[in-house]
Design a protein around this ligand. Sequence first.
Ligand code: PEP
Ligand code: MN
Length: 340
Amino acid sequence: MIIVMELGATQDKVEHVTRLLREMGMREHVIVGTERTVVAALGDERKLDVGRMENVPGVEKVMPVLAPYKMASRETQRERSNIPLGGSLGGSAGGKKVAVIAGPCSVEDRSQLLEIAHAVKEAGATALRGGAFKPRTSPYAFQGLGEKGLEILAEAREKTGLAVVTEVMSIDQVALVGKYADVFQVGARNMQNYNLLWAVGEQRKPVLLKRGLSATLEEFLLAAEYVMSRGNSQVILCERGIRTFENYCRNTLPLAIVPEVHRVSHLPIVVDPSQGTGHAHLVPDMCRAAVAAGADGLIIECHNDPEHALTDGAQSITPTTLKNLMVTLKRIAAAIDRDA
Ligand code: PEP
Ligand code: MN
């Protein structure tokens, strides 16, 4: 952290700053310039309270040097994390191959899910998505099948080998969801549910962490840090679109986050163009754009009968569309030295 003193700050004030730094377990390196004095704080600045320093008399501004997240940072780990998804097909997020996770928004019944699972596998997906616990905007809307839905997902894994990605909404669901799922999905609405993040951090299965509707990248990575700080380093970030003033789509899907995450973090990032756009006709192009931008995976809502889907039919593509999409994804992936 760099502490810039005000013009003409007295020696007393500089000494006060250095005393405070030492109290906080840091050391200082004072640079006396011709116009002003700058104090470089040496040590783990994440333990420092920037706000407290800014209020100290004689301090003009405080500039952190390190990212506030540590375990998620590329400063801590240079090489990219490659996180196995589970299932018997051997897919992962963060390797050369772009992970394609596809399936319905929610598990509706056994025949629906099994049919879709076989179709997405045939199209080339590595994992199956499907919510058994659904975070719905309205309390009167379909809330998911709960444990019955998890049982159906597990049966689909057994029959297809696809890894199962499914949402956990609260701490009391962690053990139950963990019994059936290969990957815990933490939804956008729960990105800042810190107790839930800690609870999945105690687990030893990957966590697909969705970006909050209005979370900054820094807040997103700090949420990942919550999970990692409890010993679970298998975090897969998921960009699912953010809330903006724009209304031609359900959310705005900011794909620049993909290369930016790769610059500042070693964690894989997957993109969800279904929640990200809200419209099935926009999904294939945004999938292609996400892969071109370097995404480590896609999570796509795919339904055999979108018109009758209980949730998110408008943004669900059909298995046929997925199959055709996969053909072009492979070509795009090859162009950037990846596979799909
Ligand atoms: C979903 O994946 O169906 C979902 C509810 O996602 P999000 O948490 O991103 O809204
Ligand atoms: Mn959905």
